[in-house]
Design a binder for this molecule. Structure first.
Ligand SMILES: Nc1ncnc2c1ncn2[C@@H]1O[C@H](COP(=O)(O)OP(=O)(O)OP(=O)(O)O)[C@@H](O)[C@H]1O
Length: 692
């Protein structure tokens, strides 16, 4: 019993200590909360408050547990008090009984035993209760200790967080302070600037005020002046107005009259317009009809004109064929770099006739030249040769043909006759055509084609295929009255390759004879002579065709070339041969009995081809630019004269086998005659007597 009391007292003490501790913890938590409230950021405070609420909940739970324990303790106390009371009553009863022991000793003994057993039972109960109480207390204490430990660790966590937050806050404060300081410096600077600007502004404001005052003063003065002049002007205007009103009063009746006239006129106009409209429409209709009729008629006329032109050309060609006229082609070379940059060109073809060349002369007037064929700059070598083909072919049939290029230096003569190796001219194409023609007729005929190349420079004839081209050659007449050049080399050619080799040799010899090939070639006439001999295998008939292809020297006038010394001599001899050519042509044109062929080496050499029964083609070359217009006009005028020459119909050189045999015998007789003189020539230039 005593023990039980002691234990209960111990518990009580323990419980009272726990209350203190709880109170202290509460105070500490409250302190922390307050400290946190004042120092921590709101977020931290909220967190701490949440923790605090949790802790308070825990505390409340602990308090409830304590209250429960307290109640149990009070019950135990009550039980213990009850037991104590019982015990003391029993003690008294026992004492009374002890008094009555003697009497009731036996009963008392029994009762004592009973009470002893009861006391034992009670002691056991008390022990059990004590044990239970102790166990519960121990569990409570353990729980309490655990709770306290948990709370303490939470509190220490909170403290740690608090310290961390404090440190953070401190560093933030420091940073804030630093930033504040920086801001302060900036703000100070800005304030300083502001102050300065303010003072400047004040000064400016003052200046402005001064200016405004000055302007206002000036404005006032100006206004006063203006007002004065305005008043003056108004007075003047009033005067003028008055005067005008008076004048208006005077002219008003005239004005009314005019207005009435105007209205009347307008009415008339409207009436006229209406009249006109219908008239105009019908007139326009008539006009349109008339115009379309005229257009139709014009178209018809143009059609007819074109047809006429074509017909005229056809007839002209036939006439040329019959009369044996010298045909004239004209070729305009393209603009070349020597003409300068974008030169003015003066040559065009007529819109209605492509073979009429229109020349704009130096005075801006135009002149027209009719030619048999006009080649404009864009026309190719092939196109030119297409027009020449027929002439070349007729050489195979036994005709004498002469094609010569005429024109001033640089007008394209050599280009047309020789041409560059990549795009050859008439010479090479003509020989190629002759080979083709010979091959085409090879079943009945066999042909021999031989060529000679010579030049005439300063009235001297040179053989360009000779081993010594500096040798001067003569032109002679043989007994038949035919021309021949003693000593002139003739080379038999069988194909274009051999022709090219021969031309190459001719070029080399020409270049050797000159220091400046270009200048030299423009001052000499170059001749390519081709003889085509045909033999009919069946009939034994023979043909002899001759083809002269001539690239003349530049035709420019001596006065223009301004030459002297050797150049003058050259120019004079060119002039001589070309004017001799002109004279020959003039004599042929006027059908004179005597034609002065022998006046120059050129005309003498071409005698057979220029007159009589030959086919002659002159290609007049012209430069398209204004700079050369006078030379162009000279060349074209000469060409016109040439064109009007009538040579008579061309004749074919064909002889029968009998005549050939007779001639053979005659030749044999002549050669074996002691009177005959042997000549140096390898082959005769002249042909045997021609018979038609
Ligand atoms: N149809 C053409 N197409 C292209 N170039 C041309 C043509 N005609 C002439 N030329 C060029 O014009 C220049 C003069 O031509 P070319 O030498 O043939 O004249 P030319 O009358 O023979 O002169 P020269 O009297 O000095 O011999 C050359 O550079 C030639 O290549």
């Amino acid at each position: 019993m005593l023990n039980l009391t002691k234990q209960s007292e111990g518990h009580k003490q323990k419980l009272s200590v726990s209350d203190d501790e709880v109170a202290r913890l509460r105070a500490e938590v409250e302190g922390l909360r307050q400290a946190a409230e004042t120092t921590l950021s709101k977020q931290a405070v909220i967190k701490l408050e949440e923790q605090n609420t949790k802790l308070q909940d825990k505390l409340l739970r602990k308090e409830a547990e304590f209250v429960e324990l307290d109640l149990k303790h009070q019950e135990n106390e009550k039980l213990i008090g009850q037991l104590r009371l019982d015990l003391s009553q029993r003690k008294e009863q026992i004492v009374e009984k002890f008094i009555e022991i003697p009497v009731e000793s036996e009963a008392a003994k029994l009762e004592l035993a009973y009470y002893k057993s009861e006391a034992k039972e009670l002691t056991q109960t008390i022990n059990r209760v004590k044990n239970e109480h102790r166990t519960e207390l121990a569990a409570c204490e353990t729980k309490y200790q655990e709770t306290i430990a948990g709370m303490q660790s939470e509190i220490s966590d909170a403290r740690g967080q608090y310290t961390k937050f404090s440190a953070m806050l401190k560093s933030r404060d420091e940073k804030e302070e630093e930033a504040n300081n920086r801001h302060k410096t900036v703000v100070d600077g800005l304030e300083k600037q502001l102050k300065q600007k303010k003072s400047e502004l004040t000064k400016l404001r003052q200046d402005m005020v001064d200016k405004v005052v000055e302007l206002e003063q000036r404005r006032d003065t100006d206004l006063e002046n203006l007002q004065l002049s305005l008043t003056q002007n108004m007075a003047d205007a009033a005067k003028e107005n008055k005067r005008l009103k008076e004048r208006l009063g005077e002219v008003q009746p005239q004005l009314d009259e005019l207005r009435a006239d105007y209205l009347h006129m307008r009415e008339l106009c409207v009436q006229l317009q209406q009249l006109n409209k219908s008239e105009t429409i019908s007139v326009a209709k008539q006009l349109n009809n008339a115009i379309s009729q005229v257009n139709e008629h014009n178209k018809d006329l143009v059609r007819k004109y074109r047809k006429e032109v074509a017909l005229r050309k056809k007839y002209h060609n036939e006439l040329v064929e019959l009369k044996g006229n010298i045909r004239v082609f004209c070729r305009v070379r393209p603009v070349i770099k020597e003409d300068g940059i974008s030169p003015h060109t003066v040559l065009t073809a007529d819109v209605d006739d492509e073979d009429v060349l229109v020349v704009e002369n130096s005075k801006g007037r135009t002149q027209q030249f009719d030619v048999d064929k006009l080649f404009l700059p864009e026309m190719s070598q092939e196109k030119v040769f297409d027009e020449v083909k027929a002439l070349v072919t007729s050489c195979v049939d036994g005709y004498h043909v002469c094609i010569f290029a005429y024109g001033q230096t640089g007008s394209g003569k050599t280009y047309t006759m020789e041409g560059p190796s990549s795009d050859p001219g008439i010479n090479q194409r003509a020989l190629a055509l002759l080979f083709e023609q010979a091959a085409d007729r090879s079943t009945d005929w066999s042909f021999d084609i031989k060529v000679s190349v010579l030049e005439i420079y300063n009235e001297t004839v040179r053989d360009l295929l000779s081993s010594d081209p500096s040798d001067k050659l003569d032109i002679k007449l043989n007994q038949d009255g035919n021309l021949h050049v003693p000593g002139l080399s003739w080379v038999q050619v069988k194909n274009v390759n051999e022709v090219n080799q021969t031309f190459e040799l001719g070029h080399q010899n020409r270049a050797t004879a000159s220091t400046n090939m270009n200048e030299y070639s423009s001052r000499s006439h170059a001749l390519l002579c081709v003889e085509v001999t045909g033999l009919n295998r069946t009939t034994g008939a023979k043909t002899l065709g001759k083809l002269h292809l001539v690239d003349l020297a530049g035709s420019e006038r001596v006065s223009k070339s301004g030459a002297d010394g050797a150049r003058l001599k050259e120019a004079q001899s060119i002039n001589k041969s070309l004017s001799a050519l002109g004279d020959v042509i003039a004599a042929l044109r006027s059908r004179q009995n005597f034609v002065p062929y022998r006046n120059s080496k050129l005309t003498y050499l071409l005698q057979e081809s220029l007159g009589g029964d030959s086919k002659v083609l002159m290609i007049v070359q012209v430069a398209p630019v204004e700079r050369h217009v006078n030379e162009t006009l000279c060349s074209l005028n000469f060409a016109q004269r040439v064109r009007s020459v009538e040579l008579g119909a061309a004749g074919r050189k064909l002889e029968s086998a009998e005549v050939t045999a007779l001639k053979g015998r005659l030749a044999h007789y002549e050669n074996s005659s002691p009177l005959s003189t042997p000549t140096k020539q390898t082959t005769p230039y002249g042909t045997p007597a021609r018979r038609k």
